[in-house]
Design a binder for this molecule. Structure first.
Ligand code: IPD
Ligand code: CA
Ligand code: CA
Length: 275
């Protein structure tokens, strides 16, 4: 900035602000539109395909995803897009959208309200914004880097619970009954008696947002994809929470696993995963 005069700096800051507003409006509108589609389609007869024996995909996943991608491309045709049900759109842009058009498909298929649309955005490989919208719950979680996290427009914070003994946690299990599945049952078996309970909600994005607003004190899961956690991880961080990989190393949305907490109970959980 040293080479600019004050008016030029003001202009750059205005441009930045306008761009940020356009990015967050695009993300929010895309999530709300997709949520409308899911709300219309839930509890109707849907064509279901199988990615695995219990890994479902419905036409609602595809309709939601197409709607989100169209909304983004209308505003930002040059951005990269990583979305669960489509091939990666790779460009030279520093911006990359990371989309789960329906997180919690199994819940959706059974009319169980815990499903969501999750839209995250990376700028130069760092999370910049996140929106998680749960249409049947009427809850929309949003965050922008360094600007806090919100539920339906109201600021949210993680809980103050300091001990596992006072905590309510969440986890999830992969679709395949594989080694990871078994490993997590072992974690579950060991952690459950140390807490007030461990929930298995069925939408990782909601698990993260529930931790962000203090309903859960922590959440862990193995075998996740970037689109499951991109938006929720930023929302949690911006609500004062902490994310790490389950071995305690620096968190990456591409590490396929997450330990997300209010920051206070992490130390008690980490040794259990390390054993
Ligand atoms: C799933 C949900 C679930 C988690 C699974 C995910 P999907 O996403 O987030 O909570 O346990 O590992 O795959 O398939 O419903 O988008
Ligand atoms: Ca998902
Ligand atoms: Ca999905």
């Amino acid at each position: 900035l040293i080479n600019y005069n004050i008016n030029e700096i003001k202009e750059i800051m205005m441009d930045d602000l306008q761009l940020q507003q356009k990015l967050s409006a695009t993300a929010l509108n895309a999530a709300l539109e997709a949520g409308k589609i899911l709300k219309q389609k839930v509890n109707t007869a849907l064509k279901i395909d199988y990615k695995g024996r219990v890994n479902l995909i419905t036409e609602a996943d595809r309709m939601s995803e197409n709607s989100i991608i169209e909304s983004i491309r209308r505003q930002f045709p040059e951005h990269q897009i990583l979305a669960e049900e489509s091939p990666l759109i790779e460009t030279s842009s520093d911006y990359k959208w990371i989309i789960d058009p329906l997180d919690g498909t199994t819940n959706f298929v059974h009319g169980f309200a815990f499903f969501s649309v999750s839209i995250g955005l990376e700028y130069q490989k760092e999370l910049l914004l996140g929106v998680v919208h749960a249409p049947l719950l009427g809850e929309t979680f949003t965050a922008m880097k360094n600007q806090g996290a919100f539920l339906n427009g109201q600021p949210i914070r993680v809980s103050q619970v300091r001990k596992l003994a006072d905590s309510l946690l969440a986890t999830g299990f992969p679709y395949e009954n594989n080694a990871t599945f078994q490993r997590n049952f072992e974690h579950f078996r060991r952690i459950y008696p140390l807490t007030q309970g461990v929930r298995r909600v069925g939408s990782a994005a909601i698990d993260l947002c529930y931790t962000a607003c203090g309903r859960f004190d922590g959440f862990w899961e193995l075998d996740l994809n970037a689109w499951d956690v991109a938006a929720g991880a930023l929302i949690l961080q911006e609500a004062g929470g902490k994310t790490v990989n389950m071995d305690g190393s620096a968190f990456s949305i591409y590490a396929r696993q997450i330990l997300a907490t209010n920051g206070l109970i992490e130390a008690e959980l980490l040794p259990i995963f390390k054993e």
